[in-house]
Design a protein around this ligand. Sequence first.
Ligand SMILES: [Mg+2]
Length: 215
Amino acid sequence: MAQWLNVDFLRNAHLFFNRDLMLPTSVFPDISGIGWENVQASGIKGIIFDADQTLVPYHGVMLHPGLVETFDKVKRVYGADKIAILSNYAGNQMDDRRTKRKQALEANLGVRVISAAKKKPAPEPYHAAMAYLGTTPETTLMVGDRLATDILGARRAGIQRTFLVLNPIDAHNDPWYTSLTRNFERKWYDKEIQIRWLGYLSGKWMQWGSHTGGI
Ligand SMILES: [Mg+2]
């Protein structure tokens, strides 16, 4: 089957219409903008990271140089065994290439890459990651760069805390199908946030109106 065809993604395309499932808790330019001590203080016990464009360049096996310091800090704060990587291009569908990439990522980044038969946004890989981390959906944080895979899959697995990184490491190397869906996601997200802000502001306006006897 064509490598780019993510069957679970297509099978669950209807979830696009469940808007809450694709909205992250917070957004950051990249993982260095996240306050990791605050994350820990908020009760998060384990972290699942996406790999491509979140930690490493597209299909890369080395941490982006600008993120080395931050990733070391996360490992210091949490311990390497409380961090897991979930990638649709490593560890799953145990073919040679994906197995080799899993091994290279584990050797270079010093954390476990989870093996799972299904791809994100299926919930199964997240369940496997939480089993490894020894965490529950309430105490797990998902960090990734894609709404329709990383965030949607986490929410389907019951994970409530999800962070989206807005700056892909090397977006110009994204394959066409990823560029296409990433652009679509970003437009959807901007619109969704606008709608929610308008809803919030109009609610405030109505409240204000009722206090002052207006409208
Ligand atoms: Mg990614």
